[in-house]
Design a protein around this ligand. Structure first.
Ligand SMILES: [Zn+2]
Length: 392
């Protein structure tokens, strides 16, 4: 089985193509930053591996991309801050190296300006509140450096918020968590509830003055994993003006795949061991190699194949639960295992084609592709007390 992406340009209808490339397509979560900090990765070149580079973003009609700053949740303290700042700088360097193709962005208006000049907007996100080291000053520094959102936790609890994949320690959000949230609201930084526990999410919805989003989560009703959102949570998020950005990871899309993975834990061990053997300490390489190894397992019949259309099933479900104004795209490219047919950013137009075929109107599709994410950004910015530019 070939892992080469089929050229979506030749596969989709003229109508879908026109609609897709006219829309502002926004992907609110990718892990490509991990590639920036190892070796000499250049976003301007087309790469045979991974999912994101400028040529493939162009082919996929991507208008804005959020690069996540990420270190393991177990890494804390000043060192965590230092490493986060280094990743923010690495993103800035990639943008600076490609001024014709990329524009640094933080707000919805920045994204529209980038589009008007024919460039892809690049936004920065902090994936895990542990990187602020329980210090609101660091949070303000992140905001000043252009960080658009912060995911409150990663897999582990932070000192002030419970994660969905850890044992509850704070009964949701602690008092300091409330303070951090208040500061994020004030700064106009989007609160990201992907990775947090249900109780943390309820607490967030109770205290946040601005709507929040899940930058890369899918639906528990279709695939039971703590990383996905229950219908109840999707409804609650939407009721407060929030958006769920569907994650493309095979293990979050397909119950069959997840069950098969659970039934054979030795496979996961093999993936880990083999990826480490191939990559050493290079975390970016480990992420990409894990994807390749898992795909090889699928080819060998050890795990079921998950087709890219599963993404559209999750979009359908979230729309059914929350309405068409509360759903978008948060791929997790370069940080997860992509379904077949959605190997990289160039495959994104397929989603537009599928949505047209499923009867969505052009206006609805534009919302899902990026309009809803932009609206959320504007709402968060409007609720902020600390307007951008006020500190000049
Ligand atoms: Zn994540």
């Amino acid at each position: 089985m070939s892992s080469l992406a089929i050229d979506p340009r030749t596969e989709i209808s003229a109508k879908a193509r026109e609609l897709h490339f006219r829309s502002l397509v926004v992907d609110t979560h990718t892990d490509t930053t991990q590639r920036f900090i190892y070796g000499d990765f250049d976003l301007g070149e087309r790469h045979a591996d991974g999912s994101v580079d400028i040529p493939r973003m162009r082919e996929g009609g991507l208008g804005a991309i959020f690069f996540a700053v990420w270190i393991k949740g177990t890494a804390t303290g000043p060192k965590a801050v230092e490493r986060a700042l280094a990743q923010i700088e690495a993103i800035r360097r990639q943008v600076a190296a490609h001024p014709k193709d990329l524009a640094p962005a933080r707000t919805a208006a920045d994204i529209r300006r980038a589009r008007a000049t024919g460039r892809i907007a690049v936004l920065t996100a902090i994936e895990g509140g542990h990187m602020m080291n329980r210090d609101l000053g660091v949070l303000r520094e992140f905001a000043a450096l252009g960080v658009s959102y912060m995911t409150l936790t990663h897999m582990q609890n932070t000192e002030w918020a419970d994660a969905s994949t850890d044992k509850p320690a704070h009964n949701g959000l602690s008092d300091f968590g409330n303070q951090a949230l208040g500061e994020m609201n004030r700064l106009g930084m989007i609160v990201d509830v992907s990775h947090v526990s249900d109780k943390t999410l309820s607490d967030v919805l109770a205290v946040s003055e601005a709507p929040v989003f899940a930058s890369h989560s899918s639906c528990q009703a279709l695939c039971r994993t703590p990383r996905n959102l229950s219908d109840e949570m999707i409804e609650a998020l939407a009721a407060r003006g929030g958006v769920v950005q569907i994650n493309f990871h095979m293990g979050f899309l397909s119950q069959e795949f997840r069950d098969a993975q659970k039934a054979r834990p030795e496979l996961e061990m093999q993936v880990e061991t083999e990826a480490k053997k191939r990559c050493g300490e290079d975390g970016a390489c480990q992420l990409l190699e894990s994807d390749k190894i898992v795909r090889a397992f699928v080819a060998e019949g050890k795990l079921p194949r998950v087709d890219w259309t599963a993404i559209v099933n999750h979009i359908d479900h979230a729309v059914e639960v929350a309405g068409v104004d509360h759903v978008g795209l948060g791929s997790d490219f370069d940080g997860a295992e992509m379904p077949f047919g959605m190997e990289d950013a160039s495959c994104l137009p397929r989603i537009t084609e599928a949505l047209l075929q499923r009867g969505y109107s052009e206006t609805e599709i534009e919302k899902i592709l990026g309009g809803n994410a932009l609206r959320l950004m504007q709402d968060v910015e409007a609720a902020a007390k600390f307007k951008r530019g006020n500190n000049a």
